[in-house]
Design a protein around this ligand. Structure first.
Ligand SMILES: N[C@@H](CCC(=O)N[C@@H](CS)C(=O)NCC(=O)O)C(=O)O
Length: 235
């Protein structure tokens, strides 16, 4: 049984994209897991302390932190079914992750940061506000400044490369990974799981090809992601 420390907001919302990457990877490997709901303020004490972020997993005596390191650890210890299938897919996943962190997350944060703050456990709200305001050198309200429609439009534009990659998906090739999902699919789906968990505002228009693929991602593993707490008015 693998233990996953999974970030949770108020009402046990499992909103963390980084943790969803690991959640999907563990499901892909078919591994039995237990998740432990974790708040930001709980992280410093986990597993004896010294780990800065979640996800963290414990597998036997091994404690692994960082979603990428967890994915490669799982791949080495439980090779089949592979998360990457091919070294080229692993390289693509690395690139995709970097793009999600540098281009997509900032755009999503501008739209959803206040929704997220409002749905954190009250004990986490002060830590979240202080740490993010220090990091961005502005208040959360300044971060989310400007008309919401403009910020949503910017987030949709930021997702353009993913939309383009998914335009070729079809019944024959429904995933970025081809006939079946691979780690790039999990990275991209995980990025959408946090707006889905915290905000009623629709991020994607109903005819967006990203949404058709995301529906398939929600259905995987007996609807693992679909069963997660949903705030938005969409799938
Ligand atoms: N590169 C890390 C990033 C993990 C990360 O930033 N996790 C956030 C939650 S989504 C966190 O634990 N933040 C701790 C904090 O802000 O104190 C990974 O992919 O695991």
């Amino acid at each position: 049984m693998i233990l996953l420390y999974d970030l949770a907001g108020a009402g046990d919302r499992r909103f963390s994209s980084n943790c969803w990457r690991t959640r999907f990877a563990l499901a892909h490997k078919g591994l039995a897991i237990e998740t432990r709901a974790t708040r930001f303020i709980d992280i410093p004490a986990l597993e004896g302390g010294g780990y800065p972020t979640v996800p963290i997993i414990r597998d036997g005596d091994d404690v692994i932190v960082d979603s990428w390191r967890i994915a490669t650890f799982l791949e080495a210890r439980y090779p089949a079914p592979s998360l990457f299938d091919h070294p080229g897919v692993e390289a693509f996943a690395r690139q995709l992750q970097s793009w999600l962190v540098t281009a997509v997350s900032p755009a999503l944060l501008k739209v959803f940061v206040l929704d997220l703050h409002a749905r954190l456990d009250p004990a986490d709200q002060t830590y979240f506000r202080q740490s993010r305001e220090r990091r961005f050198e502005m208040t959360l309200e300044q971060l989310a400044d400007g008309p919401r429609e403009t910020r949503i439009a910017a987030a949709r534009t930021a997702l353009g490369p993913l939309r383009e990659a998914l335009a070729d998906t079809s019944a024959q090739r429904p995933f970025l990974g081809g006939v079946r999902p691979l780690y790039p699919d999990y990275l991209a789906a995980a990025a959408l799981m946090w707006p889905r968990a915290v905000s009623p505002g629709p991020l994607l228009s109903v005819d967006d090809p990203i949404l058709r693929w995301f529906e398939r991602m929600l259905d995987l593993f007996d609807g693992l992601a679909r069963r997660a707490h949903k705030e938005w008015d969409g799938p």
